[in-house]
Design a protein around this ligand. Structure first.
Ligand SMILES: *[C@@H]1O[C@H](CO)[C@@H](O)[C@H](O)[C@H]1NC(C)=O
Ligand SMILES: *[C@@H]1O[C@H](CO)[C@@H](O)[C@H](O)[C@H]1NC(C)=O
Ligand SMILES: *[C@@H]1O[C@H](CO)[C@@H](O)[C@H](O)[C@H]1NC(C)=O
Ligand SMILES: *[C@@H]1O[C@H](CO)[C@@H](O)[C@H](O)[C@H]1NC(C)=O
Ligand SMILES: *[C@@H]1O[C@H](CO)[C@@H](O)[C@H](O)[C@H]1NC(C)=O
Ligand SMILES: *[C@@H]1O[C@H](CO)[C@@H](O)[C@H](O)[C@H]1NC(C)=O
Ligand SMILES: *[C@@H]1O[C@H](CO)[C@@H](O)[C@H](O)[C@H]1NC(C)=O
Ligand SMILES: *[C@@H]1O[C@H](CO)[C@@H](O)[C@H](O)[C@H]1NC(C)=O
Ligand SMILES: *[C@@H]1O[C@H](CO)[C@@H](O)[C@H](O)[C@H]1NC(C)=O
Ligand SMILES: *[C@@H]1O[C@H](CO)[C@@H](O)[C@H](O)[C@H]1NC(C)=O
Ligand SMILES: *[C@@H]1O[C@H](CO)[C@@H](O)[C@H](O)[C@H]1NC(C)=O
Ligand SMILES: [Cu+2]
Length: 671
């Protein structure tokens, strides 16, 4: 009987958080999950995970004497990160959170237990998974679902139907910046791997997750930057949650030591498929290279392309690149280097990891690791704000190995020009028109709004996918429906583009680039798009100039073998043209993947298909929305009574007010 009671109590979050915390380390790292296996056709499984989301800290008591005693850094629940003390957010007290490695066709079940102190909601997005027939599982807070309330559990359940290197991350506020992210790799059966002959191993341990990393909670930096003029430049970077940054003194050896870096092991003479992922946070394109080795690039965002050998590549926030590393060097230790560009260059944010050959000593390479040392010369894939050349290969120059499809036909059904920039506009969030407009405050505190078509998108009070009928009229907008001049007045609404199910859609996405030399990596949910053109025209450009060039036939499109991706950079002062077949009905976010930009509105929603073409939400799917205030019931009774009384006694307005107040107070007293 008592066992039965315990079992009942143990169902759900109460047991996981309070009852079986001790088991968390053994079971919930999922390093040896039963779904990690050789992928064979028609042998799909159901893969279950429990994610416990918490606020946490680096170098907690779980770390004992880390990093003076390095072994301590690998203890359960120890998050050493780069040694800097700061609050973080974790899944199962790991950084990154558990990696999910499954086979195409598997059913993924993730029970997300929101144990975040502070009562905030959350949602987890499966970046790269199209969610066909499981639109409700896309995990975008206030678009495809309500945020998961604090102390509750939400179950994600969907099929991993498209193979590739993906990742998962929180899609609510700026939570992914503080640690709510992890790898998500969907492997295909051998017979479907077109590059199978190029490598000997494709192992979970060769997954590289890179990101810029702050020295404080992201909301601190967000509030400071947007309201007070604090910078938006990352200090450091992590590779698989590890790195060197903060120094410590090992007093027994009188030496400076650091927290340990990630180590990737290989055997000489073998070839390995590495899968790299950027959970980039701020504007931090990352150049990746490995000393004494070249990289054979073979796939991006889950789609293979004709191999290209390079010395380094850039990865933008939200992108993934797979490459083959041939372990042809002498047995030894080599630096894997990550170097931050753009806003990451200001404080020289960088990080290293080790490529260790079997038989090499457990030591660090001796080559210097300054920021400049990581600037690998030679052939590079995916340049940052540069024109393509022999040495600098744009992703639009790659030849896809995914067959051409309808998206590449000559004429699209719908075409939109999306133009982005940081706009000098007074807005009530950060540059109050009356109290502290741009014209009155010091230039160092100017906040220019990152917008698409001069619109800042705020997501609606209820998720359109599940509660369309609850969204107030006038919430959605597009440039045609706005009657203001958004160059002169701040425009904020829910930017929505409608396309029909089955349309071939072309987006000419422009970064006017007038204000800063930035760039915006954009991500599309629910689909992959073909990257048919990328160019940087000049230091800056305008939507008018790009439209003129297009009308003159001067924007070339690669309509054969253009690579399918779901995230791509838009060069500053240039454009990227993408094409997709809108075959997945739903409401899909298209947004800049820089956390500060999307958080203040640099995104839009693409509605694919009519409401009646969208699947119905699962029964009992959680709801949320505006609380439309009509007054409390007891107040209304009081008001009605008082009204009558006043009319009868012909009391003055003042007396009526007093009576109402007394009766209202009396009503509360009686409760
Ligand atoms: C996973 O399995 C390997 C090999 O059997 C073992 O060494 C390792 O400790 C296991 N990890 C966990 C977290 O159980
Ligand atoms: C796998 O299943 C598909 C259809 O369900 C079938 O066409 C195919 O022959 C099967 N393959 C193997 C190897 O069993
Ligand atoms: C370092 O920590 C490990 C446990 O993480 C422990 O077994 C070992 O004794 C420690 N070494 C020293 C020198 O204290
Ligand atoms: C350690 O870091 C501090 C700043 O946190 C710096 O001032 C100092 O020079 C560093 N020491 C060494 C030995 O690198
Ligand atoms: C700190 O010094 C002790 C004593 O020399 C040594 O055993 C230990 O490995 C050192 N720790 C690091 C991280 O170098
Ligand atoms: C520690 O090393 C520094 C230089 O590396 C030296 O100046 C200092 O005297 C040493 N301290 C001790 C206690 O050995
Ligand atoms: C890498 O490629 C360059 C040519 O792009 C070549 O000069 C260099 O020797 C190669 N390095 C290795 C380690 O293969
Ligand atoms: C909007 O305002 C800008 C700046 O004042 C002006 O250049 C532009 O012509 C206006 N657009 C329209 C459509 O009135
Ligand atoms: C680039 O911009 C500069 C300054 O605005 C202008 O003088 C130049 O003509 C532009 N070049 C091209 C190719 O449009
Ligand atoms: C109060 O009066 C209004 C208007 O006559 C009516 O709609 C409302 O239902 C009344 N409220 C209650 C609680 O009787
Ligand atoms: C009370 O007075 C108001 C304002 O004069 C009037 O609109 C309302 O109809 C009256 N109510 C009753 C119940 O007579
Ligand atoms: Cu951006």
């Amino acid at each position: 009987m008592s066992q039965y009671a315990l079992l009942v109590a143990c169902i759900g979050i109460i047991c996981l958080v309070y009852g079986s915390r001790g088991e968390l380390t053994e079971k919930n790292t999922y390093q040896n999950h039963t779904c990690i296996r050789e992928c064979i056709l028609n042998s799909s499984r159901t893969c279950v995970y429990d994610f416990i989301l918490e606020y946490y800290f680096t170098l907690t008591k779980a770390c004992y004497n880390c990093p003076i005693n390095v072994t301590d850094c690998y203890r359960p629940h120890c998050v050493a990160a780069n040694g800097y003390p700061r609050a973080i957010m974790t899944v199962n007290r790991m950084l990154p959170g558990p990696a999910i490695h499954v086979c195409k066709g598997d059913t993924i079940v993730v029970n997300v237990h929101n144990a975040l102190e502070g009562g905030e909601g959350t949602a987890i997005h499966w970046h790269g998974v199209y969610q066909q027939e499981s639109q409700f599982m896309d995990g975008v807070s206030m678009l495809t679902q309500c945020p998961i309330p604090s102390r509750t559990t939400f179950q994600y359940k969907f099929k991993a139907n498209n193979a590739g290197t993906h990742f998962w991350h929180a899609h609510s506020g700026v939570q992914r910046s503080d640690g709510l992210y992890g790898a998500f790799v969907v492997r295909d059966a051998r017979e479907h791997e077109v590059h199978l002959g190029l490598y000997d191993f494709d192992l979970p341990e060769h997954t590289i997750v890179v990101n810029d990393w702050l020295i404080e909670l992201c909301v601190n930096k967000f509030a400071n930057h947007h309201h007070a003029g604090g910078d938006n430049k990352p200090e450091s970077m992590l590779i698989n949650g590890h790195g060197m940054f903060q120094n410590f003194t090992n007093s027994s050896a009188n030496a400076t030591v650091y927290t340990p870096v990630a180590v990737f092991k290989v055997h000489q003479g073998r070839r390995y498929r590495f899968r790299s992922i950027s959970n980039g946070i701020l504007n931090c394109p990352i150049q990746v290279s490995i000393d004494n080795h070249n990289l054979t690039m073979i796939a991006s965002d889950g789609n293979p392309f004709k191999k290209v050998e390079v010395e380094s590549f850039n990865i933008f926030a939200g992108e993934r690149f797979d490459f083959v590393l041939a372990a042809t060097a002498d047995v030894g230790n080599y630096w894997i280097r990550a170097r931050g560009l753009a806003d990451c260059s200001v404080k020289k944010a960088k990080q290293v990891a080790i490529l260790r050959y079997e038989g090499a000593p457990d030591e660090y390479p001796t080559q210097p690791i300054t920021y400049e040392d990581a600037n690998r010369a030679g052939k590079k894939l995916n340049p940052w704000n540069q024109k393509g050349t022999e040495e600098l290969i744009q992703v639009s120059d790659l030849d896809s190995l995914v067959e051409d499809d309808e998206a590449l036909r000559e004429k699209p059904d719908k075409k939109f020009y999306i133009y982005m920039d940081f706009n000098k506009i007074d807005n009530y969030h950060f540059q109050d028109k009356t109290y502290y407009p741009l014209s009155a405050v010091d230039k160092s505190k100017h906040l220019y709004m990152p917008q698409m078509n001069r619109i800042s998108t705020n997501l609606p009070p209820s998720p359109p996918l599940t509660q369309y009928q609850d969204i107030p009229a006038g919430t959605f907008c597009n440039p045609e429906t706005i009657d203001k001049n958004c160059t002169e007045e701040y425009c904020q609404c829910t930017f929505l583009l409608r396309v029909s199910l089955g349309d071939v859609v072309e987006l000419v996405v422009i970064d006017e680039g007038v204000t800063f030399n930035a760039n915006h990596p954009v991500h599309l949910h629910g689909h992959a798009f073909r990257v048919v053109g990328i160019d940087r025209l000049n230091d800056s450009t305008s939507v008018q100039e790009v439209m003129r060039l297009d009308a003159e036939g001067k924007l070339p499109r690669k309509l054969s073998k253009a690579v399918p991706k779901d995230t791509v950079t838009i060069p500053d002062g240039g454009y990227t043209i993408i094409r997709f077949l809108a075959n997945n009905p739903g409401f899909w976010f298209f947004h800049c993947h820089i956390e500060f930009h999307v958080e203040i509105g640099m995104g839009l929603i693409i509605q694919v298909g009519e409401l009646n073409q969208m699947p119905k939400p699962p029964k009992n799917f959680p709801k949320c929305g505006h609380w439309s205030f009509q007054g409390y019931e007891e107040d209304q009774i009081v008001a009605n009574k008082t009204q009558t009384k006043c009319n009868v006694s012909s009391a003055s307005v003042n007396n009526c007010g007093t009576i109402v107040l007394i009766v209202v107070l009396g009503a509360f007293w009686m409760r």
